[in-house]
Design a protein around this ligand. Structure first.
Ligand code: PBG
Length: 325
């Protein structure tokens, strides 16, 4: 390769048109997924720590999903905020649970929308853990995965296209696949939170969903931020168990994991730019400390460049507007 003065890197950076010509990574609205928080209450209730995001009634969720689809956004990911919680998280798998009702409402208003459902018990349990507890107060892995399979079937019955297990129990992808297939939902896609870290960046989400653990934390099932090789083990296990799309979460502090998962598996990879990552940009932007719009674009582009095919982001609508979707 020639060096200076034969090669001048700046030659291709001189004008916007030249830069566009050699740009390697592009963002498309169709690769973005918008998370929605759904409740059985009325209207829209803003979430303080996530400016621009609200808990939505079923009608508001259907309306937002319709608007997002018309902007070209690839899909919506539903989180339920139930009116009642109990030790077994029963509303997660109730036929008339909040998520099941929201799926039906969205599909009725926008039959072509891709609807993804979060598959976890933490929003539904009164203790806030991602599974049911043993007498000793530990999360009972094998009892939990049976309830997750049951939840997946009820979400698929409501019309979900993709279920997204986010609990980090062992063997849950296999249990969910078995459950779905057994109930005649062989076409329902599994997007597995294959590498989900025990992260400080979920703080605002837990306010939004009221799902902070009442005692202890999630380090007994979510991954240690210090580990990279372990993420690859987790991902390979999920592939073996039947995952269709692999998800890494959070996104920006784990770009190396996104890169490795894509390189080592060649599977469709999704990355979740989580609540705390979003709130940081919002807070700094509101104070004028950073240019929020540029930071949002740069962040999202970096996640894509690292290897994510799909990006779950609270900025989906704003990005879709900017990208002219
Ligand atoms: C449920 C779940 C969480 C998030 C997505 N699914 C919270 C958690 O694990 O505590 C976090 C998403 C975000 O922060 O935006 N297990």
């Amino acid at each position: 390769m020639p060096s200076f003065p034969g090669y001048r890197s700046r030659r291709l950076r001189r004008t916007g048109a030249l830069r566009a010509l050699v740009r390697e990574t592009a963002l498309e609205p169709g690769k973005l997924i918008a998370p929605l928080f759904v409740t059985q209450a009325d209207g829209r209730e803003p979430i303080t720590s996530m400016p621009g995001v609200a808990r939505l009634s079923l009608a508001a969720a259907a309306e937002d999903a319709k608007r997002l689809v018309s902007l070209g956004v690839g899909g919506v990911l539903l989180f339920g905020v139930p009116a009642r919680k109990d030790p077994l998280g029963q509303e997660a798998y109730a036929r008339d649970g909040v998520v099941q009702r929201a799926v039906r409402a969205i599909k009725e208003a926008s039959p072509d929308a891709i609807v993804i459902t979060d598959l976890c018990l933490c929003e539904y349990t009164d203790h806030g853990h991602c599974g049911v507890l043993t007498d000793r107060g530990e999360v009972d892995n094998d009892a939990t995965i049976e309830l997750l399979a049951r939840t997946a079937v009820s979400q698929a019955e409501a019309g979900a296209d993709i279920v997204a297990p986010s609990d980090m129990m062992d063997g849950r992808v296999a249990a969910v696949r078995r459950g779905l297939d057994g109930a005649g939902h062989g076409d329902t896609v599994i997007m597995s939170y294959a590498a989900k870290y025990a992260s400080a960046f979920y703080g605002p989400f837990r306010e939004a969903a009221g799902s902070a653990p009442q005692m202890g934390d999630r380090q007994g099932y979510q991954m240690d931020p210090a580990n990279g090789d372990e993420a690859i083990r987790e991902v390979l296990l999920d592939i073996e168990e039947g995952a269709d799309i692999l998800l890494v979460k959070p996104a920006l502090p784990y770009l190396d994991i996104i890169y490795r998962v894509k390189q080592e598996t060649g599977y469709p990879v999704a990355a979740y730019h989580v609540s705390g990552e979003y709130s940081m940009l919002k807070a700094a932007g509101a104070r004028g400390w950073i240019d929020e719009e540029r930071a949002m674009l740069e962040t999202t582009l970096s996640i894509r460049r690292a290897g994510a095919d799909l990006i779950i982001t609270y900025y989906a609508e704003q990005l879709a507007h900017l990208l002219g979707g």
